[in-house]
Structures are given as structure tokens and as C-alpha cells.
Design a protein around this ligand. Structure first.
Ligand SMILES: [Zn+2]
Length: 452
């Protein structure tokens, strides 16, 4: 078991994870008001792979990724398409499960919904009112920011630089403009509401996460994660709520950098590859996952066709290696160079989950194995790539011709029956076999992955 450490956003320091305790990780999931984009996929991939790596090292990890299904943006988007907001949110949540399912990394241990956590949310707000950190005003409940001493410690902001980003209409109900909503009274244009001691209404976004994290991981847990855009106000407010209510809350914070899009380079012909499902359709599962681990999780990552083509080329290099040196042909002997690269790969992941450094070790192994006979290289590489969800690259398409053709026929039948979930599933299986489906007016055909 390696000592694994991460860089904690709150202290700015290295934090070693305790091997004897459960490593509970709560990562903020999407607000389901649209199909998710590649930016939402980054925390999903980073935290899923990180939890898997911890398990492979013998840690007990538990990953929770919530789904925010009550939010202003959802009411607005549902009104836009003339659909009841609860149905709209459920439909978008299903799309999220489907899109992230196609990444092939399994599901988090728990995926709580805000709409199923109302009781705990109301109890937490009641605690805050009782302890003087919150107050009711006109059917709303607000958090009294100046009552909480540590406010601003995560984002290092001063009070005058803080804007809660809440609608102007609530200002007259607040004691202080710094305060933020925990509960919002029902409004006429909202088609859902829940009962509470303060009348019908709905929770604010921040309190949803405080309650869901505690429900799933208890009052104290190892890591709270999410995108760096959530540091303020979302995570700052989560700390104020949970610590204000007497909970120790997260012991460390882990934030992923933003996906940055060069709008000029994204010509219209590229379509909407910013949407995860589109990127998966176009580049395949492995290239999308490879792209998302190609930069260190804390750094921003540029996104565009250029970056995706580079990812396609990298996964193809790996796939070709397995085609030429299949792991099945190896017989237990392992070269010391192979052992060193495999250990260095894991060391890189143990040091603040440095995936680009780990991948550099993988490619060094490939380069050396192409130069000289390197017993054990293929099996070791397959094990390394499994830690990043890319071991399917070792499944080459040799002998898969008939199977691939049968799958393609099955996919056409599913599409004809408008069973698109099944059709997507089959396309993923084909991708794992090394085939890409190209749809054209006169039918679909199979092209080896990564070739144009
Ligand atoms: Zn959250």
C-alpha cells in the first residue's frame, strides 16, 4: 500500500490519506438542466478513477456524486420546453446516467438526488436557525454569514468582494446582502414545492450538498471535491452551513481545473462536440477518457478538435502496441525495466493523482518495448491502463470480424426500432473491440478506430 497524498485547496498543503479510515469522497455532480458537457465529465472521470486507484492500493474508498435536480436553472429550462420541471429533471438525470455510463468507468457508490433528501435538508436548516446561524424571513430562510467566523477561508475572499449571485428580489428579505438562501418560499411560476416549518418552498442549492454529503458519508469525511468554479460561493457556503451546524465536515478539499474552449477554433462543422455524448460519438470512449486525464486534474485543460485528435492518436498508439505484442503471448517473466515503469506509474498517481506523469511512464514503456524484447511489457501496460479506465485498448479486434459485423447488424435493428439506448450500448461494445461506427445515408459501416 502506497502513501497517497493530495493537495488540499483549503490549507494549500499536502494531505496524506489515512490508510486505516474509510476515504469518503463527496464530489459535486451536475445540475440537470441540460445534457452534460465535457466540463461536467472531468470531475466524474477524475474522482471515479481516483477512488478506483485508492481501492487498488488497499484503501477503503467510498465515492458519492450527487445529482442536483432542484434548482432555478431547471425551472427555467423546463418552462422553455413546456415540460413539468420534475419530469424534465428526471429525463435530464437519465441522460446524465446514460452519457457518463458510456465512459465505461462504472458508477459512484452513491448518487443521491436533492429531491430525495428534503427531510435531512429541513432538519439541517432547523439546526442552523436554532444555533442562531440562520433566520426566517417572509417564508425564506437565510444563512447569517457574519455569524460564522471562518467565512471566506476556502476562497480567501474578503466580505466586500463577495457576491452570492442571488436574485435581486431577495435583497429586501436579507439582514445583510452577504447572507444566502437556505430555503426559498414557493413562487407562482414554480411547479414543485415541499412542506417545511417555514411554509411551502424548496431548498437552496448549497444546503442540498451539505445534507447529501452528511447523509452518505457522515458528519466528518476525508475529501470534498468538485470543479474550481464551485469554490465560491458553493463550497464556501457548504462549509459555513455544515460547520455552523456543529459538523466537522470535509477534512480536505480537492478541486479540478476548468475545461477551456477556444471558441474561434470550434468551427460550425465540428458540431457540438462540447457535449459529452457528441464527443463520445465522434472520438470514442477511450480518446475522451485519455483526453480528460492528459492534464493534471488541478490545471485548466484546453478543449477542441486539435486536443481530441491528439488523444485519438495516443490511444491508437497504445492499441497498435497491443496488436503487435498481445499480452496473451507472455509467460510470467518480467523485465526489471517493466517493473520500474509500473511502479513509477503508481507512484505518480499516489502523488496528487498526477495522471499525465503516469501516462508518460506508460509511453516510455511502449517506446522501449518497441526497441527491444521486454518480457511482461504488455501485461504490465494493461494493468497500468486499467487504473485509468483504458485497459480495453488491450482487446484488439483480431478475430472479432464476424462478431463486429453481427453487432453492427444488431445496432441497425435497434435503431430501426428507435431503441437508441440499446444502439448506443452496442456502439460502445464495438468501440471496445476497436471499431468505430460511421453512419451514412446508405447505411452504417465499420472503420478501425482512430482512422479517418
Ligand atoms: Zn455541491
Amino acid at each position: 500500500m502506497r502513501d497517497v497524498w493530495i493537495r488540499d485547496t483549503l490549507s494549500g498543503e499536502r494531505r496524506a490519506l489515512a490508510a486505516e479510515e474509510e476515504v469518503g469522497i463527496y464530489a459535486c455532480g451536475p445540475t440537470v438542466y441540460s445534457r452534460i458537457h465535457i466540463g461536467n465529465a472531468r470531475p466524474f472521470v477524475v474522482f471515479s478513477l481516483f477512488a478506483g486507484f485508492l481501492r487498488s492500493e488497499g484503501y477503503r474508498a467510498r465515492l458519492v456524486v450527487n445529482i442536483t435536480d432542484i434548482n432555478d436553472k431547471i425551472y427555467e429550462a423546463a418552462r422553455g420546453v413546456g415540460e413539468p420541471s420534475a419530469e424534465f429533471a428526471a429525463r435530464m438525470a437519465n441522460s446524465y446516467l446514460e452519457d457518463t455510463g458510456r465512459l465505461g468507468l462504472g458508477r459512484p457508490d452513491a448518487e443521491p438526488l436533492a429531491s430525495e433528501t428534503i427531510e435531512s435538508i429541513v432538519a439541517l436548516i432547523s439546526d442552523l436557525i436554532e444555533s442562531g446561524h440562520a433566520y426566517e424571513s417572509g417564508g425564506d430562510v437565510y444563512f447569517r454569514v457574519r455569524s460564522f467566523d471562518g467565512y471566506g477561508k476556502l476562497s480567501n475572499r474578503r466580505a466586500e468582494d463577495m457576491d452570492q449571485g442571488e436574485e435581486a428580489g431577495s435583497a429586501s428579505l436579507k439582514e445583510d446582502t452577504l447572507d444566502f438562501a437556505l430555503w426559498k418560499a414557493h413562487k407562482d411560476d414554480e411547479d414543485t414545492s415541499w412542506d417545511s416549518p417555514w411554509g411551502p418552498g424548496r431548498p437552496g442549492w448549497h444546503i442540498e450538498c451539505s445534507a447529501m454529503a452528511e447523509n452518505e458519508l457522515g458528519p466528518s469525511f476525508a475529501i470534498h471535491g468538485g470543479g474550481s468554479d464551485l469554490v465560491f460561493p458553493h463550497h464556501e457556503n457548504e462549509i459555513a452551513q455544515s460547520e455552523g451546524a456543529g459538523r466537522p465536515f470535509a477534512r480536505a478539499w480537492m478541486h479540478n481545473g476548468m475545461i477551456e474552449i477556444d471558441a474561434e477554433k470550434m468551427s460550425k462543422s465540428e458540431g457540438n462536440i462540447f457535449q459529452l455524448s457528441e464527443a463520445l460519438d465522434r472520438y470514442g470512449r477511450e480518446a475522451v477518457v485519455d483526453y480528460l486525464v492528459s492534464g493534471h486534474y488541478r490545471q485548466p485543460l484546453a478543449f477542441g478538435p486539435e486536443q481530441m485528435e491528439q488523444a485519438v492518436a495516443r490511444v491508437e498508439r497504445l492499441r497498435n502496441f497491443f496488436r503487435e505484442q498481445p499480452a496473451a503471448g507472455e509467460h510470467g517473466e518480467v523485465d526489471s525495466f517493466v517493473e520500474e515503469r509500473a511502479a513509477a506509474f503508481r507512484d505518480a498517481l499516489a502523488e496528487d493523482f498526477n495522471t499525465p506523469r503516469a501516462m508518460a511512464e506508460a509511453f516510455e514503456l511502449v517506446a522501449e518495448a518497441n526497441r527491444r524484447r521486454l518480457p511482461g511489457a504488455s501485461a504490465a501496460l494493461r494493468e497500468m491502463l486499467a487504473l485509468l479506465g483504458l485497459d480495453s485498448l488491450a482487446e484488439t479486434e483480431q478475430g472479432a470480424g464476424a462478431e463486429a459485423e453481427a453487432l453492427l447488424a444488431e445496432r441497425q435493428e435497434a435503431r430501426a426500432a428507435r431503441d437508441f439506448a440499446r444502439a448506443d450500448e452496442i456502439r460502445d461494445r464495438l468501440a471496445a473491440l476497436g471499431w468505430e461506427v460511421r453512419d451514412a445515408a446508405d447505411g452504417a459501416r465499420l472503420v478501425p478506430r482512430g482512422r479517418t
